[in-house]
Design a protein around this ligand. Structure first.
Ligand code: ADP
Ligand code: ZN
Ligand code: ZN
Length: 748
């Protein structure tokens, strides 16, 4: 976008208006007078500005330059400062952000803000520290290193470059030898090495890949071929393959092809705990540097990675959800691994689905998007049915790995020890006797979810939420898992003063306790959010497991994701039943995905694995379908049920949430919205509510919600296009905190 024309049109005396978006939760844009001195040619949409805002200053993003403001120009303030010489975002990225702001009905300033790393959003200058690269000259390539016999350190640097056959960056050289710097000058003088362009790395296609000896199986081959054929234009591929079927191998081979075209790849993962593993595998395969983007990095690290991709200095980025908006100089491919994972949906603020936005980004950039999963979301399978996505299937485990056997263990009327049936304990013993590992899965942390009085029935509740306090026995604490409230574990009932307090239900801590009693001579580790507080501690545990130092691993859902445990041959899900009876219509899908994902941890190598699910409902259709057939059969049935019920993906939803300290206000506010939209609804949109949220009170706030559902996406969005400015104006809007969730994945 060029504003020179607008500027030229301006008559003398007229002031130029900078229309900007500010990263605050209001929908409107803000008008400012042009700054005092500026270079007109440099004024492009997307540049960052500093503007006076309220009592202070804020960073703003230029949306457009206009010659007219609806506000009296004497009331307008002036832009204080221009921060960017040119926009850090490209026109296509801005288009994506404008689209996202419209689609998610979210303020543009916050959406644009989300595209920047924190440091840049706060106004840090975008100084790119470009690294120098060195490679060999023609004579450096052929010279015999022994000629440098008398300068052994120079000789070793020459040998290093001859060995790598690739330009090496300053970082890479430092990793090789901290004292490399003094060696460069003499080698440059001797014209054995030279400064290289980082891009030229890609030219060394032959040496791009370190270790690429795997022979793909026929399904992998046809998947790789299909995606390679689709490079250079938009298309969505859904790679469905059970755990261990070689999806990652497909990614690696496709990425290679993209790099050989001189293009960049963005790989998104649901969890940061998965990055070290993949990072290592990528590092083994590719000789070029990759950069990371996730929340455990410092602001500086994230900014550096973002700018490297933006400048085209780096070709591979591995990141979580928020990395999606990283600008790419030469975009080639976007990959989303574990596409079904709900962590791809941001649950607060700008509530976007990284999967859905990735698809739109692929379309705008005209590049393919590759979605991978062992258990694709029903949305994506539906898109395959509608021929929007192209399905690629890897039905077998790659190499020699054998698929695990799934079995149900009926625990009705069976004696249990803290959630473990005798038969399961027997199975654990047999597995351990073979020197193999056991993985036990329970999706509830803490000791027990309820503390109840045996005398009077009093229950420990959170004062601020509609929830029980969870017992954390080792620390002698009671904690609310929803608001973080905590208090000391009490010994006597505060209600009747006499009754005995009992722990009701099972958490990982309680199972860990019984395991240490039953298997006193074995090494047991518990992996859940409580045991993994420190940065890097999960990696340490994973390493111990893979070195065979651990016999029994007990954990929550964080274990269900992507980790390789080659020596685990027995996996048990202690309590599947708790997932079978939920009011959330997505519960069945999530449970089926969890079961399949967890079972994927068993027997990844040549040893066969076994997966045991303890249940009191062995005839439940969800369980029997997964058992006798597979995830795909489950998905087919589930999709048919959704269609019958008119639920997503056969309809579209927008959820309006409101909360306040006052118990009535959220409901009044939502009721006012119902009245507000009634005249605009031509009958195609169902309006459900307002109703109290499933957790009606949380962190001291009363919560209500209003669900809009329609088979006609366009009409649903049209309604909100019109309604949002009116909702903002409602007098109750000032008295509640409200939010809009488009395509909600969680109705809580
Ligand atoms: P997924 O990502 O689907 O879980 P991976 O790509 O991680 O699967 O593959 C699982 C294991 O099988 C890895 O150890 C990988 O090196 C190996 N593997 C993948 N493809 C092949 C193949 N064609 N031949 C032999 N081993 C393979
Ligand atoms: Zn009591
Ligand atoms: Zn609470």
């Amino acid at each position: 976008m060029n504003y020179l024309k607008t500027m030229a049109k301006l008559g003398r005396g007229n002031e130029l208006i900078f229309r900007v978006a500010v990263s605050v939760p209001v929908y409107r844009l803000f008008d400012y007078l042009a700054p005092d001195n500026f270079e007109p040619a440099a004024i492009k949409a997307g540049i960052r500005l500093e503007v006076p805002f309220g009592k202070g200053k804020k960073i703003a993003f230029l949306v457009e330059v206009a010659d007219y403001s609806e506000l009296d120009s004497s009331k307008l303030k002036r832009v204080s400062r221009i921060l960017d010489e040119k926009s850090l975002l490209r026109a296509k990225d801005l288009r994506l952000l404008h689209w996202a702001s419209r689609y998610y009905h979210h303020p543009l300033g916050e959406v644009i803000g989300a595209a920047f790393p924190v440091a840049l959003r706060q106004g840090k200058l975008a100084v790119v520290q470009t690294e120098k690269y060195y490679n060999l000259t023609e004579s450096g390539k052929t010279v015999d290193a022994n000629q440098l016999q008398r300068a052994p350190k120079q000789k070793s640097l020459l040998e290093k470059l001859q060995q790598e056959q690739l330009p090496l960056s300053e970082t890479e050289l430092s990793a090789w030898n901290k004292n490399w710097r003094p060696l460069v000058k003499p080698l440059l003088d001797k014209q054995l090495i030279q400064l290289a362009q980082p891009e030229s790395k890609v030219m060394f296609a032959a040496s791009l890949v370190r270790d690429d000896t795997l022979q793909l199986n026929p399904q992998q081959m046809s998947a790789v071929a299909a995606i390679k054929e689709g490079l250079g234009r938009f298309g969505v591929f859904l790679l469905e393959g059970i755990t261990g079927s070689g999806k990652t191998e497909v990614y690696l081979q496709v990425i290679r092809a993209v790099l050989e075209r001189g293009q960049q790849v963005l790989i998104l993962l649901p969890e940061i705990t998965l990055t070290p593993q993949l990072e290592e595998r990528f590092g083994q395969r590719f000789a070029i540097a990759q950069c990371l983007s996730h929340s455990k990095l410092t602001d500086r690290e994230r900014q550096a990675a973002w700018l490297k991709m933006q400048q085209g200095d780096c070709f591979i980025m591995l990141g979580t959800r928020s990395a999606l908006f990283t600008p790419l100089k030469n975009p080639g491919l976007i990959i989303l691994d574990e596409e079904h994972d709900v962590s791809f949906k941001q649950q607060e603020g700008f509530r976007f689905s990284a999967r859905d936005v990735a698809v739109v980004r692929g379309k705008i950039l005209n590049i393919p998007v590759l979605l991978g999963s062992a258990t694709p979301s029903l949305e994506s399978l539906h898109n395959v049915d509608k021929k929007h996505y192209c399905l690629l299937h890897l039905p077998e485990r790659a190499g020699n790995a054998i698929e695990p056997v799934l079995q149900l263990l009926d625990i009705r009327n069976k004696p249990m020890q803290e959630g473990l049936s005798e038969q399961l304990i027997e199975e654990i013993k047999i597995t351990l006797a073979k020197k193999e590992q056991v993985l036990l899965f329970l999706n509830r942390r803490g000791f027990a979810p309820t503390l109840i009085c045996h005398g009077c029935g009093w229950v420990a509740r959170c004062r601020r939420c509609d929830a029980n306090l969870v017992i954390h026995y080792a620390e002698k604490m009671l904690r609310c898992h929803h608001c973080g409230h905590e208090q000391r574990l009490i010994a006597h009932c505060p209600a009747c003063k006499t009754g005995e307090l009992t722990a009701l239900g099972l958490g990982t801590e309680r199972v860990e306790k019984v395991l240490t009693e039953l298997f006193a001579d074995k090494t047991i580790i518990r992996l859940d959010r409580d045991s993994i507080q420190r940065k890097g501690s999960l990696e340490g545990y994973l390493q111990q497991i893979n070195q065979g130092k651990v016999d029994i691993i007990l954990g929550t859902q964080m274990l269900a994701k992507g980790h390789h445990f080659p020596n685990v041959t027995l996996v048990a899900i202690l309590d599947v039943d708790s997932g079978l009876f939920s009011i959330d219509f997505r519960a069945a899908e999530k449970l089926a995905q969890m079961i399949v994902q967890v079972s994927g941890r068993a027997g990844r190598c040549e040893k066969p694995g076994k997966v045991i699910m303890q249940t009191r409902r062995p005839e439940h259709p969800l369980l029997t379908t997964l058992l006798r057939q597979d995830y795909r059969s489950f998905a087919k049935t589930a999709l048919a049920e959704r269609k019958e019920a008119g639920l997503p993906p056969f309809s579209h939803q927008i959820l309006l949430r409101a909360q306040a300290v006052d118990a009535q206000m959220p409901q009044l506010f939502l009721q006012a919205i119902v009245e507000l939209v009634r005249p605009c609804n031509k009958g195609h949109i169902q309006v459900l509510g307002p109703v109290a949220a499933p957790m009606a009170r949380r962190a001291g706030l009363y919560r209500y919600q209003l669900l809009f559902q329609s088979a006609k996406r366009r009409e649903l969005h049209k309604l909100f296009d019109d309604a949002v400015p009116e909702i903002e104006k409602l007098k109750q809007a000032k008295k509640v905190r409200w939010s809009l969730d488009v395509d909600p994945v969680d109705l809580y």
